[in-house]
Write a protein of this length. Structure first.
Length: 388
């Protein structure tokens, strides 16, 4: 089966989607699939992953985040699909590229992968505390109508977390499938814990080894809500010694720096491209903290659990789905005071949480399991379409 993924959200410097896409390219051949990912980029290029290919089409830069690009027109997408003649098509963004895939005249069945949750990332965050979620949904009914139109043209709408799937179904979509994602196999493990690295990071935060090391990883952009996490960590730190290390960068860096101020106990690290270095960092921290309630799965949280690192996350979105009982705690999304309280509670329970997370780490679902389930679902859809 030749699968073509129109991936409008792929960036060579991105985080979870890049990790997901590159693993899909690497594993497709072993799972008996021919995989082609087509993404907007800085130049026209083709990168080989065995028999799989990543095709970059020279495109304009996205103005709000210069590390991303966007397809210049629907015609570009239609021409690429005509040239590839796929058996199955994926669209990896719920915006214009999905509409282009829906309107493509080819006969191949198609799936919309919900790699983004725009309502949680933007509308709910902008208006929280002012009006109810139901009122926001009514105000943004144009977006729900857009999703329902896409649902009518796609054979599958794939969600990686139960909470997102539930919201899509409640919003009137009828082709929703929940296929959880997973982590890179063989990369993350509690065995990578490095006490010397932990001590160096705490020293960088001007704290002794007896302090608690909090870790935050992700793009510096408004929907990740790092200023909220910083405020929560600062408040929690008044009554106990703790350091916070944030790994990332992005167009929201100014807001992050403003929130940090002159606090020596909060340190920023540049993005880490080496997966094994990231695995060592995760295994060496004490708690992973996260602010975004718009995650569609929570890749960083899954990687933390595979590293034996317990979680403190908001009580909405894919990150919340990762914080199973005994492996992490949830605070009220968007509430820095709640985050501070729950960080304190997690530190008080840290011996138990850490032991539970280390014991459960080996059972963390892998991306390979995700792709086996995903491709099997595609095979079923393709067989049904051919029979029809």
């Amino acid at each position: 089966m030749h699968i073509v993924d129109i991936s409008a959200l792929y960036s060579p410097t991105g985080g979870g989607i890049r990790t997901y896409t590159q693993r899909k390219l690497r594993i497709a051949e072993s799972l008996g699939q021919r995989m082609t990912v087509i993404a907007p980029g800085a130049d026209n290029s083709v990168e080989q992953f065995g028999t799989a290919r990543l095709i970059s089409i020279r495109s304009p830069r996205f103005p709000l985040d210069r590390s991303y690009f966007y397809f210049e027109s629907d015609a570009v997408i239609h021409a690429a699909l005509d040239a590839e003649n796929p058996d199955f098509v994926e669209a990896s963004s719920p915006w214009g590229s999905a509409t282009a895939v829906a309107e493509w005249q080819g006969k191949a069945p198609r799936a919309l992968i919900m790699h983004a949750d725009p309502l949680s990332a933007w509308a709910y965050r902008w208006l929280e505390g002012m009006v109810s979620r139901k009122t926001i949904d009514r105000g943004f009914d144009w977006f729900w109508r857009h999703l329902r139109r896409l649902d009518a043209h796609f054979d599958m709408v794939v969600c990686a977390s139960p909470s997102l799937a539930g919201r899509m179904t409640a919003g009137g979509l009828s082709h929703v499938h929940t296929i959880p994602m997973g982590v890179d196999p063989g990369v993350f493990s509690p065995a990578h814990r490095d006490p010397a690295l932990r001590a160096r990071l705490l020293a960088r935060c001007e704290l002794p080894e007896s302090a608690t090391l909090l870790l935050g990883i992700g793009r510096f952009s408004p929907e990740k809500r790092w200023p909220l996490i910083i405020a929560g960590a600062v408040a929690a730190g008044y009554s106990r010694p703790l350091g916070l290390v944030l790994v990332g960068d992005g167009h929201g860096r100014t807001a992050v720096l403003r929130a940090v101020g002159e606090n020596p106990h909060i340190q920023l690290l540049s993005p880490i491209g080496d997966r094994h270095e990231m695995a060592r960092l995760m295994a060496s921290a004490d708690l992973l903290v996260h602010g975004a309630n718009a995650e569609t799965f929570g890749m960083v949280q899954a990687e933390a659990l595979a590293s034996g690192l317990p979680l403190v996350v908001p009580d909405e979105g894919g990150a919340a789905d990762q914080a199973l009982p005994g492996l992490g705690l949830r605070y009220a999304a968007g509430d820095a005071a709640s985050a501070a309280t729950v960080i304190g509670e997690a530190i008080a329970q840290l011996p138990t949480l850490s032991a539970n997370a280390r014991a459960a780490a080996a059972g963390t679902r892998t991306m390979d399991a995700h792709f086996r389930d995903l491709f099997a679902a595609y095979e079923t859809q393709l067989a049904t379409a051919r029979a029809a």
